[in-house]
Design a protein around this ligand. Structure first.
Ligand SMILES: Nc1ncnc2c1ncn2[C@@H]1O[C@H](COP(=O)(O)OP(=O)(O)O)[C@@H](O)[C@H]1O
Ligand SMILES: Nc1ccn([C@@H]2O[C@H](COP(=O)(O)O)[C@@H](O)[C@H]2O)c(=O)n1
Length: 207
């Protein structure tokens, strides 16, 4: 099997990475092309050994919060045509779920996550690097709505976490990583022209 094309999509929390990934994925699935999506969030470290109060205080916006060694090993395995046991993560309990999911290699792998372009040792593994560049006030508004609805948070906890870690870590790690991107996408997950350009690049690369 030919080595898969690996596309990394990064940007701030709430910038539209997941929606952009979903729209890119749907475009390929509609054509019957097998695409595998991996989310960096699934590689947050397991914290079963810590009490809940401690988990709630942790900094989830620092690169060390992720088990990037495992992500790297998984990317290498997929490149070599081997399946992986993909971890699953729960934002409500701040730890991994007990079960993993067997994922098979595919010709296109889309990776999405906040620190993907900030870890310089991962950069050589990507064929295409994309940064979703959305103003931080819009990211915060979207994150607030999503975290209240889907991640079991309160307005106070989202605001506190944003001020203490999300925003400062964005400026320290994520914002500078924008300059490693091949493509910078404005207007979030619904930028149809950016989606079309990237899709056509991938189609060319797969010929
Ligand atoms: N261009 C856009 N216009 C309107 N809503 C958007 C746009 N991009 C993303 N969203 C919405 O904003 C929220 C956060 O987007 P998401 O893709 O989950 O962000 P991320 O994965 O970067 O944290 C989601 O509810 C998503 O549907
Ligand atoms: N237990 C956790 C783990 C992560 N987070 C936050 O998730 C954000 C990254 O995910 P996105 O889908 O928003 O890109 C990150 O900013 C962490 O703060 C969390 O709150 N709790």
């Amino acid at each position: 099997m030919q080595s898969p094309l690996i596309i990394a999509i990064s940007g701030a929390s709430g910038s539209g990475k997941s929606l952009f990934t979903k729209n890119l994925f749907n475009g390929f699935s509609a054509q019957g092309r097998p695409v595998q999506v991996l989310r960096e969030d699934h590689y947050y470290r397991a914290q079963d050994h810590l009490p809940m109060e401690q988990r709630e205080q942790n900094n989830y916006d620092h690169p060390n919060a992720f088990e990037h060694e495992l992500l790297k090993a998984h990317l290498q395995a997929l490149r070599e045509g081997q399946p992986i046991d993909y971890p699953h993560y729960c934002y409500k309990t701040h730890t991994r779920l007990p079960e993993t999911e067997r994922l098979n290699p595919a010709p296109v792998i889309i990776l999405e996550g906040i620190m993907l372009l900030a870890r310089t040792d991962l950069l050589p593994l990507y064929d295409v690097k994309i940064f979703i560049d959305t103003p931080l006030d819009i990211c915060l508004m979207r994150r607030m709505m999503r975290d209240l609805k889907e991640r079991g948070r309160s307005i106070e906890s989202v605001a506190k976490q944003y001020e203490e870690t999300v925003k400062p870590m964005y400026h320290q790690f994520i914002e500078p990583s924008r300059f490693t991107a091949d493509v910078v996408v404005t207007q979030g997950g619904k930028n149809q022209i950016a989606l079309d350009v990237i899709k056509s690049h991938i189609q060319q690369a797969l010929l």
